[in-house]
Design a protein around this ligand. Sequence first.
Ligand code: IPM
Ligand code: MG
Length: 370
Amino acid sequence: MATHKLLLLPGDGIGPEVMAEVKKLIAFLNARRLGSFEIEEGLVGGCCYDAHKVAITDATMAKAHAADAVIFGAVGGPQWDRVPYEVRPEAGLLRLRKELGLFANIRPAICYPALVESSSLKREVVDGLDIIILRELTGGVYFGEPKTITDLGNGQKRAIDTQVYDTYEIERIARVAFDLARRRRNKLTSMEKRNVMKSGVLWNEVVTQVHAREYKDVQLEHQLADSGGMNLVKWPKQFDVIVTDNLFGDMLSDIAAMLTGSLGMLPSASLGAEDDQTGKRKALYEPVHGSAPDIAGKGLANPIAMIGSLAMCLRYSFGLGEAADALEKAVANVLASGLRTKDIAAPGTNAIGTAGMGDAVVSELRRALK
Ligand code: IPM
Ligand code: MG
């Protein structure tokens, strides 16, 4: 059996707590020979700043390059609000995304039947929901230059962020999107703001061309990102795969997360281009939720998004589809049995903690695999 090298970067806030549950699962997978994983750990975010005055060190970056996959927790917290912008906790994550070339961020939003009641939307709107937001992750306004704040000297300052996309960046994310749609319900919705942004005009044009050239069999529609956001809460089941840029994808995926009941439920995969020689992709897996400083250290966080990210890693990086299915099924069964962390528990009902949820998933997996 091939041994896969995983780099675990728990980060800040609830990151280490939810990562602890992933470690339990990796130990279980190794013990049951469902896979063979070697793990290394590193610092990223505020904890790395405290230790090394940077958000991620070159040594950890080298480990990330060498790993078969990176599993990432969360970064940030109020104690680092005043650190210099270049070394703020989020800079560690952005450096990983950029230097590993992780341009395709897959964020599935699946509403587990057991959680229909946790969503703030009506049952019929979210019941059975299964959509994917595909977010472009290495371009656009998060990385574009110039990115500055200039003192104008008259008591005013000017802030500039640059939204920039080249044809190749739109083409490659569009291809990932069409390929995903083909394996699902064959429908792709592209979202931009072509009515006000040049980058939206080009985005629309390039996605349309890739469709006409290579993916005529897939149903393609375009929506403006603002009304797309509205449609996402109005009737999300009209979508299958949504492809959009870095900024809109950041926002729309948080909205999609809430459709599923809690931000604590959404995993994600960030993938790079296929290597010409090995056919492998660089990859990082992370929950969509952040570091949740308000509940950090209390053992309350929901580890399901983090566990789901491990399932995506098994599927997308290692072709271990059966193990991934088993893990996702175990999560669904645990939820169906009524166990809930606080974020998804009905008011007034008893909730279990982070470790309780992780243990329940391991036990369920053990039971199912007997
Ligand atoms: C996300 C987060 C990050 C982003 C932050 C932590 C930099 O919000 O992954 O959605 O903005 O991309
Ligand atoms: Mg976000």
